[in-house]
Design a protein around this ligand. Structure first.
Ligand code: MN
Length: 736
């Protein structure tokens, strides 16, 4: 690399970073850091942040946060310096790998992916979040650097436009602050929360911070008064302590105020202090208890409020002794007593814990790795801890989904309770259809095996495999269901085709002509829905020769009497069934982009028929209601509840008829009603269900209930009717 001209300001910031981590990186690592810094400098050259500063200052700040505030080592600092390089410049991941090795390029890749996920505007936060969490299992450094990145972005958020600020701030509150909390990075968590509040509830933030300032003196005075006798006693006993008024974050005050519906003053009815003793690790526990004893010599403790997190640390590593005592003037004061080491853990989390464990320099990195592994275990373990963890992230809201992987590590989201076969269909329809068996995490399992998050699935397929009827019993995704049904239907169609030919031959044998009428009769006799069903049953042999013979016998005895009745009744009842709101309505609409077959009802306010432009409206109690775009309710529904509407499309339904209402107005003249009914029933062969004409002052108004196939059908009819002399108006009426 040629000699770079790096501005002083930038160079001095870099040097301060190096100074800071000089005790935890060796000479070799320092060289690497320099290389990373120079690579980043070149990559971000001429790029400015929104604040107008050179961009390189951002990765430098992130690296410093990683080193100083999180306590990470050389690898993470290097990656922090490089974290935006691939995203923002021409430099490719491959080059990073060549320059810095696989480990670094993997981490950069993870960071870039998270950014992509977070930035894609139309994806939901929660979805991104989950994926982000899963990236963790690759390398926890990714998440820690991402936190550092976010912290610097939050610190410089004022330079962005308001809308963007709010988005980033709420994302921080929802995703990053809880993550920092879980990882034990308390001061980062607090800062993220406060900064988020500043941009999401600006007024409240400044109000609280103003009041904090205003009451500061008063509070400090009280604490001073409270501490006076204890302090000298502690000194006398030979302890070296520092005492802090416990800072309450603006965010936590805000939370308390809104959660308990109290005002600022009420939040501060309790004072809080922290006594930190500079004790060796071997003495710290007894020292803390000794100090406890001193405090309670002067002030009476509330026995219910004693918490010993020293004997039993919290799962995230927190150690401290808490008590609440009655101070002067009858005020409760919460006292936290802990050692320097415990305080570091409380502020910096487990990173500090591991670093404290062993102070030898070369051991530090090692301990850091242990810590990182520890977090990973925490996140991956199926035990209570992990459940707790998920709850903390409100993931229970999303527990309806699981996340599984393809053999090459691609993440697939499926509904909870999905089976291996659902997975196969989600990858590819053909893979689903030909799915013979599956391997989950390397083990052979049946295709009905229920998957759980984190499973890696391999599908074993066979060209000979075909979808089976019983597959429908265990798949749960609509894609798998539809594809299986579709494919079964296809198979059914072929069988039905064959069955039709078989039936033709058999009827010929029985000397019965193969006519539509006869087919209707057979269909009615065997109580089947349609002729396809009949052919299919013949094709599969479910209806066999003896069955057909029985039909012939019954036909011979009844035919003469019931011929007309049987067929007419059957036709009629089928039609009735197909009308609108009957439960047995055929599914002639498909919904959404995926053309899903869903339960629905036709809205009675507009009664749409095939061909009408329609949409589904998801009602709360009654499932999907299908409305016409012309429906008087449609605009209201579309504008107020657009998120509850779903695209609906008619499928081909030539064999069904639908009820519709015609309104006809015109000049009353002899024979006009006859002309109308002739056109409807004779010329157009449209069935009339009812007809009602009223005449007044030489004009008439008629309402005709008819059965039509679709919109085109009714349009033709209307056009014909309009041609009758004296007819002024013919139109389809929506509401009866
Ligand atoms: Mn960044």
């Amino acid at each position: 690399m040629q000699e770079l001209e790096i501005p002083k300001e930038i160079l001095s910031k870099y040097r301060s970073l190096i100074r800071y981590c000089s005790d935890k990186v060796n000479v070799e690592e320092k060289k690497e850091l320099k290389k990373a810094f120079e690579t980043a400098f070149v990559a971000h050259k001429n790029i400015k942040r929104k604040s107008g500063e050179p961009y390189i200052l951002h990765p430098l700040s992130v690296a410093k946060i990683a080193a100083k505030e999180i306590g990470l080592g050389a690898l993470a600092i290097k990656c922090a310096l490089l974290h935006d390089v691939v995203e923002d410049s021409e430099i490719k991941l491959k080059e990073i790998e060549n320059l810095f090795g696989k480990k670094v390029s993997n981490i950069i890749d993870g960071l870039t992916k998270i950014s992509d996920l977070m930035d894609s505007a139309n994806s939901i936060q929660a979805e991104n979040f989950r994926k982000m969490l899963l990236t963790l299992s690759d390398d926890v450094n990714v998440i820690l650097i991402k936190l550092a990145d976010r912290l610097d972005n939050m610190r410089t958020l004022e330079h962005l436009e308001d809308r963007k600020r709010k988005k980033i701030a709420s994302e921080t509150l929802y995703i990053y602050a809880p993550l920092a909390h879980r990882l034990g990075l308390y001061s980062i968590k607090t800062e993220l929360e406060d900064l988020s509040l500043k941009y999401t509830e600006t007024e409240k933030y400044f109000e609280i911070s103003r009041k904090l300032n205003e009451t500061k003196n008063e509070r400090e005075k009280y604490i001073k008064h409270f501490l006076k006798p204890i302090k000298s006693k502690i000194k006398k006993e030979g302890f070296s302590v520092s005492i802090k008024g416990r800072p309450k974050s603006i965010f936590s005050i805000r939370k308390k105020m809104s959660k308990q519906q109290i005002n600022f003053e009420e939040v501060f009815d309790k004072f809080a202090i922290r006594i930190i003793t500079n004790s060796s690790e071997s003495n710290e526990k007894s020292d803390c208890w000794k100090i406890y004893s001193i405090v309670t010599d002067y002030y009476k403790p509330n026995p219910d409020r004693l918490r010993d997190w020293i004997s039993t640390p919290k799962t995230n590593g927190y150690e401290s002794l808490h008590t609440t005592v009655m101070g002067p003037g009858g005020h409760w004061v919460e006292v936290q007593i802990r050692s320097e080491r415990m305080d570091q853990i409380a502020e910096k989390g487990l990173a500090a814990h591991w670093l404290y464990k062993n102070n030898k320099k070369d051991k530090k990195e090692d301990n850091l790795n242990k810590w990182i592994n520890n977090i990973r275990e925490l996140l991956e373990s199926p035990e209570e801890d992990a459940v707790d963890f998920l709850n903390e992230f409100k993931l229970n809201l999303y527990s309806k989904e699981i996340f599984v992987f393809t053999p090459n590590g691609e993440l697939i989201t499926l509904p909870k309770d999905s089976t291996a076969l659902d997975f196969a269909f989600s990858i590819h329809t053909e893979l689903g259809k030909k799915c013979l068996g599956t391997k989950v995490n390397g083990k052979l399992v049946p295709i009905s095996h229920k998957l759980k998050s984190g499973d890696q699935i391999e599908i074993i397929s066979s060209e000979k495999q075909r979808p089976k009827e019983n597959w429908l019993d265990f798949v749960i995704t609509s894609k798998a269901k539809n594809k299986i049904k579709g494919s079964l239907n296809e198979g059914k169609k072929i069988i039905a085709e064959e069955g039709k030919e078989v039936l033709k031959r058999k009827l010929k044998h029985l000397k019965i002509p193969f006519t539509e009428k006869r087919i209707n009769e057979l269909q009615a006799y065997f109580k089947l829905q349609d002729s396809q069903e009949l052919f299919y049953k013949i094709g599969t042999g479910k209806i066999n020769n003896p069955d057909l013979k029985k039909y012939v016998e019954s036909r011979e005895s009844w035919y003469g009497f019931f011929k007309s009745k049987l067929t007419r009744k059957n036709n009629k009842s089928e039609k009735k069934e197909s009308i609108n709101n009957s439960d047995n309505v055929k599914k002639i609409l498909r919904f959404g982009d995926e053309k899903n077959e869903l339960e629905y009802k036709i809205a009675s306010c507009c009664n749409p028929i095939p061909g009408d432009d329609v949409f589904g409206f998801i009602t709360i109690e009654d499932g999907i209601k299908v409305h016409s775009y012309n429906c008087p309710n449609s605009i209201r529904l579309k504008t107020n509840f657009s998120y509850r509407t779903i695209e609906a499309n008619w499928i081909n339904v030539d064999d069904l008829e639908f009820s519709a209402i015609l309104e006809i107005k015109g000049i009353d003249s002899t024979g006009v009603v006859n002309k109308i009914t002739k056109i409807i029933s004779t010329d157009m062969s449209v069935e009339m269900e009812s007809i009602n004409f009223k005449s007044k002052n030489g004009f008439f108004e008629g309402i005709v209930d008819i059965m039509v196939k679709n919109k085109i059908h009714i349009k033709k009819l209307i056009d014909r009717l309009k041609k009758i002399e004296g007819i002024k108006k013919v139109h389809r009426k929506l509401k009866s």
